[in-house]
Design a protein around this ligand. Structure first.
Ligand code: HEC
Length: 170
């Protein structure tokens, strides 16, 4: 009998720590384990990107800081820029503003509330290059932002240059 009793005590001593251990490992008793991978600035899928560090400046310049107002046009309107601008204008703008910018694109008929204006007269003539650039970047009124279609600032400046050449006429 004495042997059995001793065996029970030994078993009890061995099993009790195991049971207590299981309480922790099965999240019954929750303890914040230190995990160094988590303690760092990072973002995971579907989380908003980290905010920019203070005083950082986007390498594309004013293009991405709308608060700075309309930026000056850094892209010279040479033949190569106009050629690229024409291609992008035909892809992204003609559908609404028309091939010559008169506002008679094939999609214009379906826009009921606000028709795309002619780019060749009135207000668009008075806009600076930078203002047209910001219009393409952020959209205006019923015109959508096209910065996803024209992802680099250079593409948008090419389109601005092309719009200017349309306004000057042939
Ligand atoms: C989905 C149709 C649509 C597309 C595509 C579109 N526009 Fe527009 N655009 C409009 C409409 C509508 C307006 C008038 C916005 C308003 O005043 O509500 C407008 C206005 C403008 C203006 C005048 C802005 C102002 O402040 O008066 C400019 C310049 C312009 N668009 C240029 C462009 C250029 C360049 C592209 C191509 C990169 C383009 N648009 C693509 C529909 C479009």
């Amino acid at each position: 009998m004495a042997v059995l009793k001793r065996l029970l005590i030994v078993l009890g001593l061995a099993v009790t720590p195991l049971l207590i251990g299981l309480l922790f490992t099965y999240d019954i008793i929750k303890i914040e384990w230190i995990s160094f991978m988590e303690i760092q600035p990072s973002f995971i899928a579907q989380e908003a990107p980290l905010p920019l560090p203070a005083r950082s400046v986007p390498i594309q310049g004013a293009a991405y800081i709308p608060e700075l107002g309309a930026p000056p046009n850094p892209v010279p309107a040479d033949a190569a820029s106009l050629e690229r601008g024409k291609t992008q204008f035909e892809i992204n703008c003609v559908i609404c503003h028309g091939a010559t910018g008169k506002g008679n694109g094939p999609f214009a008929a379906f826009l009921v509330e606000k028709k795309p204006p002619s780019l060749l007269e009135g207000r668009p003539l008075t806009l600076s290059d930078g203002e047209i650039f910001m219009t393409i970047t952020n959209g205006v009124g019923k015109m959508p932002s096209l910065k996803e279609n024209l992802p680099t600032p250079e593409m948008r400046w090419d389109v601005v240059n092309y719009v200017r050449s349309l306004q000057k006429g042939p």
